[in-house]
Design a protein around this ligand. Structure first.
Ligand code: UGA
Length: 454
């Protein structure tokens, strides 16, 4: 169990976020990686050394892999599978209208592997999030397609990478989870991860798959919990940021994922909570908790719109600025982005929305064709009656408030991510609306052990 694998031939199926990061990082660890995807345009871009996604720290790995020949991209399964020891499946599993995970891409990937593999006994490692209980799908398809793929060992290896920090997360995982019936196959996959020095849990396939759903659903629950506390804070006049600070120091709670705001988005948390709730329904378990998590999440956007309505009166024909489109900072991903949901609500109120986002504007144009796209926060704020921070890009923390106020017709600032200091914003003459923050914020005093009170 202690061995490491120095240089293996690996195929990664799917050149999306997870596939690209996994492939590039494995290549950086000294393996020979071929990434295969059916999207010819995406592969052509990658072959030219260009990334189809925005992910910090990935471009240098792509260049390094291309230069050394350890990272290749192709649309041909035959070529990608030649002589491989491991096949990572990293295709997406979007939601069906009922909220279940759609396994179409996983099935297609397994079928293509089944049709193209000519020999050898590679281990198939599934990184795609599949509902617990459908783990044997890959097994079945591989066995049905081809005698070469019949009975290949399949290891479930849920991924815990976050967009925006995915490269860092790959090299510094809190844990690696492997689910497999065949302990030898699990040990070989574990050997790939040994150099990362993280704990590795080897368990059965269903448990591994459930760890993924439970982890994402718990993170979403933490966010909805603090958002619910924020809503109560608004009622009683407490400050949710300091509540989170005080809670987070309790080691049993921890400080992460306690940032109140417009709620969670992205391609993972919303979809995984929906899928787990669907599983609860199928297995006649309680769905109330997860359903409340989802309801609180969407209500976060509606609550801020209601508060704006209270300050501005009707928003019909009024220009409103929104800063941030992506579902979180450091990514251009707008899938299930709270900002988009929020903008749609503003449009429904009749507002003319002007937006600025440092990365995601091009992605949003097709979904939101009727809003004005601006090149900086001040252009977005021009003539507006309110400005809302919907995504906490770093550059919004240091906005020139005096300049912003000059640009606006009415100085109303709704801080949907609690990134600004309310007192400073108010001192600049703005009406400030935070999430779960009182009219008068008393700054916290933190005394370190041994320090005397001033
Ligand atoms: C999430 C998980 O964090 C990863 O571990 C997992 O691998 C990934 O899903 C996945 O399943 O692929 P990601 O979707 O990249 O990662 O985004 P997160 O960093 O988890 O943020 C999700 C959303 O929660 C964002 O919209 C963010 O703004 C929001 N959030 C996060 C809050 O509103 N408050 C917080 O305190 C933290």
């Amino acid at each position: 169990m202690q061995q490491t694998t120095k240089s293996a031939a690996i195929c990664v199926v799917g050149a999306g976020h997870v596939g690209l990061v996994t492939g590039a990082c494995l290549a950086d660890m000294g393996h020979r990686v071929a990434c295969v995807d059916v999207d010819g345009e995406k592969i052509a871009l990658l072959q030219q050394g260009r990334l189809p996604i925005y992910e910090p720290d990935l471009q240098p790995l792509l260049e390094k892999g291309a230069a050394s020949g350890s990272l290749r991209f192709t649309t041909s399964y035959e070529e990608a599978l030649e002589g491989v020891e491991f096949i990572f499946i990293a295709v997406n599993t979007p939601s069906t209208p009922e909220g279940a995970a759609d396994l179409r891409h996983v099935r297609d990937a397994a079928r293509c592997i089944g049709q193209a593999l000519k020999g050898g006994r590679p281990i198939v490692v599934n990184k795609s999030t599949v509902p617990v209980g459908t783990s044997e799908t890959v097994d079945h398809i591989l066995s049905a397609e081809n005698s070469a793929t019949e009975g290949l060992p399949v290891v479930s290896n849920p991924e815990f990478l976050r967009e925006g920090t995915a490269v860092h997360d790959f090299f510094h995982p809190d844990r690696v989870v492997l689910g497999c019936r065949d302990p030898e196959a699990a040990a070989r996959v574990a050997a790939l991860y040994r150099p990362l020095n993280s704990p590795i849990l080897i368990t059965d396939v269903k448990t591994a798959e459930m760890i993924k759903y439970a982890s994402n659903a718990f993170l979403a629950t933490k966010i909805s919990f603090i958002n619910e506390i924020a809503s109560i804070c608004e009622g009683v006049g407490a400050d949710v940021t300091q509540v989170a600070l005080g809670m987070g120091w309790d080691r049993r709670i921890g400080p992460d994922f306690l940032r109140a705001g417009l709620g969670y988005g992205g391609s993972c948390l919303p979809q995984d909570v929906r899928a787990l709730s669907h599983m609860a329904y199928i297995y006649v378990s309680h769905r109330q908790l997860l359903n409340a998590v989802m309801q609180i999440n969407v209500d976060q956007r509606r609550r801020l719109v209601r508060r704006l309505r209270e300050v501005l009166g009707t928003m019909e024909d009024k220009p409103i600025a929104v800063l941030g489109l992506s579902f979180k900072p450091d990514t251009d991903d707008i899938r299930d982005a709270p900002a988009l949901d929020f903008i749609r609500l503003l449009e429904y109120e009749g507002a003319h929305v002007r937006v600025y986002d440092p990365q995601a504007a091009d992605q949003a144009r097709a979904e939101l064709p009727d809003i004005a796209y601006c090149t900086d926060p001040y252009e977005a704020a021009q003539g507006c009656l309110a400005l809302i921070i919907a995504t906490e890009w770093d550059e919004f923390r240091s906005l020139d408030l005096a300049r912003l106020k000059e640009c606006m017709a009415k100085p109303v600032l709704a801080d949907g991510r609690n990134v600004l200091d309310p007192t400073t914003v108010r001192q600049h003459g703005f009406t400030y609306l935070g999430v779960g923050r009182p009219e008068q914020v008393q700054p916290p005093i933190i005394l370190e052990p041994g320090q005397r009170e001033a």
